[in-house]
Design a protein around this ligand. Structure first.
Ligand code: NAP
Ligand code: GDD
Length: 375
């Protein structure tokens, strides 16, 4: 049985990767941060399984990392932990550098300190943000980097230090340069999930309007569940190498938004430009959703808020997965763009309905308690 250690196990990718590795028969260990609130929702269903173990630690704490690595003695480490929000990195640049740049170094050094440099393979969660202010479209493994946010600059250090340790110490460590990948487990402040949740809320009368930033931004969006397979494949090759992981398709935020609303039964028309752009509901389809309210027609459901603009924004990401297809035998469009949006919208329609039902139960209970109906 192989042993894997995952940093960032509570995140979107960490949760899917845990499921994937458990299915492959791995003993899976994960590093979690201590928190005063419950943030383990994505892995709650795995806790208690015999081959699933959690350890406290933090990428900013090298002593803790050394302790975990020496205890687990992993065959493979997947370093997914990061302050992963690009806009937040402008507000917390030092923290982002500490975790996303120096944190990678700490993981590599922990492996060396534990005498595992010859045995342990390391996957580094690198990113298409490295291409930033892009110098070539589409982007492949040879495209020059031009990082365009504190997050991307920190991740660039991570990329180079991994390459350095591979060459200097002959360690099996490599980076997956992953383009955006989304899912029903995506954090709620990333644009795709923000859109699918808002579309579901608006369709159910729980929200009036969605505010977005740059709707013209272009991304290469894949499905996170498909992408974790690549992380594993990258570590199973004879030679350690870096790979671009992407679908090879590009879409705008506006297009994602229009399609997400469509899956709730709402048709949008986008009008205007820049800060004055809006999306108006032109029709509703009750065959998709019989509960849609007729009054939505004619309403402005999406507006632009400059609050979501970034000091520098990456606007033209488009990956070329030729190498991954050829060497890893990976199918980049196993889940299509349309399927991805449908999965996310269907999930969020159910979530909003369930949240509403739970809220109703709480309201009823409060009322019954007040009236003395229940004691
Ligand atoms: P995510 O959902 O934001 O998860 C990030 C994980 O990192 C969480 O488990 C978080 O723990 C953990 N973490 C943050 N700071 C930490 C610290 N100081 N010490 C230990 N753990 C820490 O991110 P994701 O979407 O799964 O992405 C996984 C990795 O891939 C990240 O490195 C991200 O930068 C990179 N990446 C993501 C994409 C994408 O499109 N999703 C694309 C390219 C690269 P808490 O739960 O405690 O916050
Ligand atoms: N978050 C967000 N919120 N982004 C918005 C909004 C909004 O309201 N409106 C427009 N956008 C635009 C952003 O300006 C950006 O150009 C694009 O939508 C995507 O933003 P995010 O979904 O926040 O993702 P990201 O591309 O910045 O970063 C994600 O992908 C990277 C890989 O390219 C993260 O997962 C990073 O960790 C990852 O490295």
């Amino acid at each position: 049985m192989k042993t894997a250690l995952i940093t960032g196990i509570t995140g979107q990718d960490g949760s899917y990767l845990s499921e994937f590795l458990l299915n492959k028969g791995y003993d899976v260990h994960g590093i979690i941060r201590r928190s005063s609130t419950d943030y383990r929702e994505r892995i709650a269903h795995l806790e208690g399984k015999p081959h699933f173990h959690l350890h406290y630690g933090d990428l900013s704490d090298s002593m803790g990392l050394i302790q975990v690595v020496s205890k687990v003695r992993p065959d493979e480490i997947y370093n997914l932990a990061a302050q992963s929000h690009v806009q937040v990195s402008f507000d917390s640049p030092e923290f982002t550098a500490n975790v996303d740049a120096t944190g990678v170094l700490r993981v590599l050094e922990a492996v060396r300190a534990c005498g595992l440099a010859d045995k342990c393979r390391i996957y580094q969660a690198s990113t298409s943000e490295l291409y930033g202010k892009v110098e070539e479209v589409p982007q492949n493994e040879n495209t020059p980097f031009h990082p365009y946010s504190p997050y991307a600059v920190a991740k660039l250090y991570g990329y180079w230090i991994v390459k350095e340790y591979r060459e200097a110490y002959n360690m099996y460590c490599c980076s997956g340069i992953l383009f955006n990948h989304e899912s029903e487990r995506r954090g709620e402040t990333f644009v795709t999930r923000k859109i699918t949740l808002a579309a579901a809320r608006i369709a159910q009368g729980k929200q009036d309007c969605l505010y977005l930033g740059n709707m013209s931004s272009l991304r290469d969006w894949g499905y996170a569940k498909d992408y974790v397979e690549c992380m594993w494949l990258i570590l199973q090759q004879d030679k350690a190498e870096d790979f671009v992981i992407a679908t090879g398709e590009q879409h705008s935020v506006r297009e994602f938004c229009g399609k997400a609303f469509k899956y709730t039964g709402i048709t949008l028309r986008f009008d205007g430009e820049g800060e004055n752009e809006v999306a108006i509901c032109t029709a509703i389809d009750k065959s998709v959703n019989p509960k849609l309210c007729d009054e939505l027609v004619g309403k402005t459901l999406v507006r632009v808020s400059p609050d979501f603009y970034r000091p520098t924004d990456v606007v033209n990401l488009w990956g070329d997965p030729t190498k991954a297809k050829a060497k890893l035998g990976w199918n980049p469009t196993k889940t299509s763009f349309e399927q991805l949006i449908r999965i996310m919208v269907e999930h969020d329609m159910k979530k909003v309905a369930a949240d509403h039902a739970a809220e109703q139960v709480r309201t009823n209970l409060a009322e019954y308690l007040e009236k003395g109906i229940v004691k």
